[in-house]
Design a protein around this ligand. Structure first.
Ligand code: CA
Length: 230
């Protein structure tokens, strides 16, 4: 069964999430602190998605996210944010989360987000199958192993970052709207916000650009979207 970790210190919210994910057919493991979540993930390396609350008694959700990503780029991570924590969304995604859900959320919204990431972490991708390499020096994208190298050095990417790189490298020089990128990378049935395109690209730039202040590879098309500028 598909396994999901839920980290939330408030028992009532945790209970609500757990019940709904179990109803949707997930095997759910629960943690009420970041420390406990890290332990559970060690014991359950097959967990496909982690839902992380941010405000916690010990280490916070961002730190948990950072620690998970230090060793695991494959698991899907969704941050649970409160409405007032607008900045948290960006920070959370910068530390390696794939998505965020704002409290209060409906069971349907939550399971749709989890479903999308579970499919992706299982190797399913809204993008059509591809096998081979895309070489655009200094970059080399291996679509079989889903890896990226720059000047022969491996760059560690999350699954979402990999998909964005593939979309760019398959469309060199073409201006892509944020909607197009969202559709291609997250899938048409995804109901998230356009903003996650921007935050994922910000993080991707930190990994691939020589100078983040003046991006040469992923360039901004003002008022529209982005372009792979090689
Ligand atoms: Ca909390």
């Amino acid at each position: 069964m598909k396994k999901v970790l839920v980290l939330e210190d408030e028992a009532s919210i945790r209970g609500f999430i757990v019940i709904n994910l179990r109803r949707a057919g997930y095997d759910v493991i629960e943690a009420e602190s970041g420390e406990q979540a890290m332990e559970l993930l060690k014991e359950n390396p097959d967990a496909r998605v982690a839902l992380l609350d941010i405000m916690l008694p010990g280490i916070d959700g961002f730190e948990v996210c950072r620690r998970i990503r230090a060793t695991n780029s494959r698991i899907g991570i969704i941050m649970l944010t409160a409405r007032s924590q607008e900045m948290d969304k960006v920070t959370g995604l910068m530390t390696g989360a794939d998505d965020y859900v704002t409290k209060p959320f409906s069971p349907a919204e939550l399971t749709a987000r989890v479903d999308a990431l579970v499919r992706r972490s299982g190797g399913e991708d809204p993008l059509p199958q591809a096998t081979g390499e895309l070489s655009q020096p200094p970059f080399l994208l291996n679509t079989r192993n889903r890896t990226l190298e720059k000047n022969g050095q491996r760059i560690k990417l999350t699954q979402v970052e990999y998909s964005i790189m593939r979309v760019f490298m398959e469309n060199p020089g073409k201006a892509l709207s944020r909607e197009e990128i969202l559709d291609m990378v997250w899938g048409r049935d995804y109901f998230g916000e356009l903003k996650i395109v921007d935050v994922n690209i910000r993080r991707l730039r930190l990994k691939i650009e020589d100078n983040v202040q003046n991006p040469a590879y992923i360039t901004t098309v003002w008022g529209y979207g982005y372009k792979w500028g090689l």
